[in-house]
Design a protein around this ligand. Structure first.
Ligand SMILES: [Zn+2]
Ligand SMILES: [Zn+2]
Length: 195
C-alpha cells in the first residue's frame, strides 16, 4: 500500500499496481491537468486554466472507488450583458471503475451488461476524462451571469448598462410586459370576434 502523493498532469492512470495489490490498497494523487489536455475533452465548454485537485483510488478487490475533487475555470458568456467572463466550477466525483481483465489469469472478466460502473481498459488504464468532462458540464450554470448585480443590456438600444447609461433607461415599462400586453390585446380582439 502506498500513500505517497504523486503529482500528475494526465487524466489517464495505469492502475496495474493497485489491481495486483491487496484489497484496501489506496493511491492518492495531486492533479494539475493543463489546458492542452482538457481541450481534448470535446466539451461544449471552454476551459481556460488548468484543472487542480486531488484524486484518491481505493481498491476493493472488485472495483476501484475513485474520488476526485477539484476546480476548473471555464470561459462563459453572461446571459444578461453578453460579455465573456471566467468562472471557477467545483468538481466532486465519486465513481466506481471496474477492471476488464483478471490480473491473476490475464483473462477477460465477464461482466453483467447492466453494470453501470466504468471500465478500466485491458491495459489497466483508468481514464478520468469522461467523468471530469461530465462533472464540469453539470457544474456549469444554466444562465451564467458575470456578476449577480449585472445590469445587462438596454432592451431598447442595446447599451451595456454596466458601463454606460442611455436615455431609454427612464422608460418605466418593462418591454417584456409591453409584449405581453400586445398579446393580451390580441386575445381580447379574438374574443370579441363574432363566431
Ligand atoms: Zn453581465
Ligand atoms: Zn437604451
Amino acid at each position: 500500500m502506498s500513500n505517497k502523493i504523486a503529482h500528475l498532469d494526465s487524466l489517464q492512470f495505469n492502475v496495474a499496481g493497485l489491481l495486483t495489490g491487496p484489497k484496501g490498497g489506496t493511491r492518492s494523487y495531486k492533479l494539475y491537468i493543463p489546458v492542452s489536455e482538457l481541450d481534448q475533452l470535446d466539451e461544449g465548454f471552454d476551459v481556460v486554466a488548468p484543472f487542480e485537485g486531488t484524486a484518491r483510488f481505493l481498491w476493493t478487490n472488485d472495483h476501484i472507488m475513485v474520488r476526485v475533487t477539484g476546480h476548473a475555470t471555464v470561459a462563459l458568456q453572461c446571459s444578461r450583458c453578453l460579455e465573456p467572463f471566467e468562472q471557477v466550477v467545483s468538481i466532486h466525483i465519486e465513481e466506481a471503475f471496474i477492471p476488464t481483465v483478471d490480473m491473476a489469469t490475464g483473462l477477460p472478466i465477464q461482466r453483467d451488461e447492466s453494470d453501470a460502473a466504468i471500465l478500466i481498459d485491458e491495459h489497466h488504464i483508468l481514464d478520468l476524462s469522461e467523468i471530469i468532462r461530465q462533472s464540469i458540464l453539470l457544474a456549469l450554470p444554466l444562465t451564467p451571469v458575470c456578476s449577480p448585480d449585472c445590469k445587462g443590456l438596454c432592451p431598447v438600444c442595446g447599451a451595456n448598462l454596466n458601463h454606460e447609461t442611455c436615455s431609454c433607461t427612464t422608460e418605466t415599462t418593462d418591454p417584456r410586459w409591453s409584449a405581453l400586453s400586445i398579446l393580451l390585446d390580441d386575445l381580447d380582439r379574438d374574443a370579441d370576434q363574432p363566431q
